[in-house]
Design a protein around this ligand. Structure first.
Ligand code: FBP
Length: 552
């Protein structure tokens, strides 16, 4: 296999551990913190997790290792969307297990949670692991989105673990996967299986964070990759001076990625879904806000600009969510076939008009025809609209174009509006992890091994104080039940780890809000450039602006 020079150089990179994990395995001891309670609905969560609820937060520190000598066989899975650094979690886990006892084994279950159900795994060895150090991607064992949530599935997992002598499972995933990890930990404890379960916080979306988890891994690298590209596009826009670029970035349920990219690049516009929902903005109002910037810049001779759109934006627009719900209802069951049988778009359009409420039809009617058709053509196996496939960057540029046409008619706009569209998503999920993610992920994995060695279960591997240099990071563990509350999901009350949305009174958003009026009119772009892996620390090791502001 041909290897790039950067890949070769990254193999040699030694990830930085938190200070307390640097003294060798024999000198890592546990400091007990306070007992924990769930963030809300304490009684209900306690009742659902009688064996794993209320445990103590723990921190590792330098001191005599008092754990029992044992031989461990650990299984690991990668769950959900790719995020840079996943390989390093596995490398850190592997190295710590081998340092604890060279007889310890690490099994990688393939293709995500389904690997645990299908008993499909590989046994890691040095040579195999070494090919993946400090590299992006999840191809070391693959990932998947199978949900591990029913008691029947848990029983199969336990059976497979017993068959292979696995005493602990590490689940590397987002809020849903870690919620399920907590339920699996409780199941294993309740059935006296002796199998421990530890979670690790992953997702480029950045929406698995709370007062304990300062950020999920992958967010740092993905946002730096997108920001590099946005900066490059902004420089092109500022050179050619003829296009408005509408750039959609990943982030399905929260706008952290868009916000961080905005903080890094200072675009003219960045939509934040959480704000759109809070202000109950309509599509027309959002388009009007963008058109204000286009018109103001045009008046100053600048017929170009940058607008960042979060992937999940349309679900935050209240009237659009109602429209989607009505469309799902309109096509439920056999009505899909009836709709599909209509030969022309005109007949389909009449069917839609007759089936929607007046309010939803008025929203539907202002959409460009290609988006209207997308809503009806691209549906999931249950017949529901696939909101994530909606090309919102094109939707908003079309709505802005219409708005500007009106302004032209009434003489308030005289500019030119040429557009380009981009979607930045998969480009960032498997990039070589930044030094921050390489270090953070390796530490999360190393720390997970220590949690297992000390006998913990139902804990999330926690590394904090991340705004400081790595030697000052703090390693430990937090019971996953502490992050839970009860939410209504598919008509049922479920214990879940709270998803973190952008907080409108949080420091990152407030910083953005304080500057965006100026950015909307002037050209204030910043150009972050490519991630640097070798060089001065202030260039190579900086965390995201979001994290820096949150911890300021
Ligand atoms: P996770 O929540 O599993 O980390 O995945 C997030 C994400 O990267 C989103 O940003 C994006 O909407 C989605 O995955 C895309 O999923 P898929 O890889 O299935 O197309």
């Amino acid at each position: 296999m041909k290897i790039s020079p950067l890949q070769l150089a990254r193999y040699q990179y030694a990830p930085k551990l938190p200070g307390m994990l640097r003294n060798g395995i024999a000198e890592i001891c546990v400091q007990n913190g306070a007992a924990t309670e769930s963030v809300a609905d304490q009684q209900k969560v306690r009742a659902l997790f009688p064996n794993t609820y209320g445990k103590n937060e723990i921190t590792f520190r330098k001191g005599e290792n008092t754990s029992e000598a044992r031989k461990l066989t650990v299984g690991v899975i990668l769950s959900g969307g790719q995020a840079p650094g996943g390989h390093n979690v596995i490398c850190g886990l592997y190295d710590a297990l081998k340092a604890l006892n060279p007889e310890n084994q690490l099994y990688g279950f393939k293709g995500g949670p389904s690997g645990l159900l299908d008993n499909n795994f590989i046994v890691f060895g040095d040579e195999y692991i070494d090919q993946y150090r400090n590299t992006g991607g999840f191809d070391i064992i693959g990932s998947g989105r199978t949900k591990l949530e029913t008691e029947e599935q848990f029983a199969v997992v336990v059976e497979n673990c017993k068959k292979n002598g696995v005493n602990a499972i590490v689940i590397i995933g987002g809020d849903d996967s870690n919620t399920n990890a907590a339920v699996l930990a409780e199941f294993c404890a309740a059935h006296n299986t002796g199998i421990q379960v530890i979670g690790c916080p992953k997702t480029i979306d950045g929406d698995l964070k709370n007062e304990d988890i300062e950020c999920s891994f992958g967010f740092d690298t993905a946002t730096k990759t997108y920001s590099e590209l946005i900066g490059n596009i902004a420089r092109d826009a500022n050179s050619a001076k003829k296009y408005w670029h509408f750039i959609k970035v990943m982030g399905r349920s929260a706008s952290h990625v868009a916000l961080e990219c905005a903080l890094q690049t200072q675009p003219n516009i960045c939509l934040i879904g959480e704000e759109v929902a809070e202000k109950k903005m309509s599509l027309a109002q959002v388009a009007d806000m963008i058109a204000d910037s286009v018109a103001a810049r045009a008046a100053n001779g600048m017929n170009f600009g940058i607008a960042i759109i979060p992937e999940g934006i349309v679900e935050f627009v209240p009237e659009f969510s109602v429209l989607i719900a009505e469309i799902n209802e309109l096509l439920a069951g056999e009505k899909t076939q009836q709709f599909n049988a209509l030969p022309t778009w005109a007949e389909k359009y009449a069917f839609i008009k007759a089936g929607l409420t007046e309010a939803s039809f008025s929203v539907f009617a202002i959409l460009p025809e290609n988006i209207q058709q997308q809503l009806f053509l691209e549906r999931d196996p249950h017949g529901n609209v696939q909101v994530s496939l909606i090309e919102s960057e094109k939707l908003f540029s079309a709505l802005v174009k219409e708005n500007l046409a009106q302004r032209k008619k009434n003489g308030t706009y005289k500019g030119k509006f040429g557009t380009q569209h981009h979607f930045l998503g998969y480009e960032g999920r498997c990039a070589f992890p930044s030094n921050f993610d390489a270090d953070y992920c390796y530490s999360l994995g190393y720390n997970a091994a220590m949690l297992i060695q000390y006998g913990y279960t139902g804990y999330l591997s926690k590394v904090s104080n991340l705004q400081a240099p790595a030697d000052q990071w703090v390693a430990g563990g937090m019971p996953m039940t502490k992050m839970m509350n009860i939410e209504r999901r598919n008509g049922k009350d479920k214990p879940v780890i709270r998803k973190a949305l952008v907080e409108l009174d949080g420091k990152p958003f407030r910083y953005f809000a304080a500057h965006r009026d100026q950015w909307a009119i002037e050209t204030c772009y910043t150009y972050p450039g490519a991630i640097q892996y070798f060089g001065p620390s202030e260039v190579c090791d900086q965390p995201t602006i979001t994290l820096t502001l949150e911890k300021a």
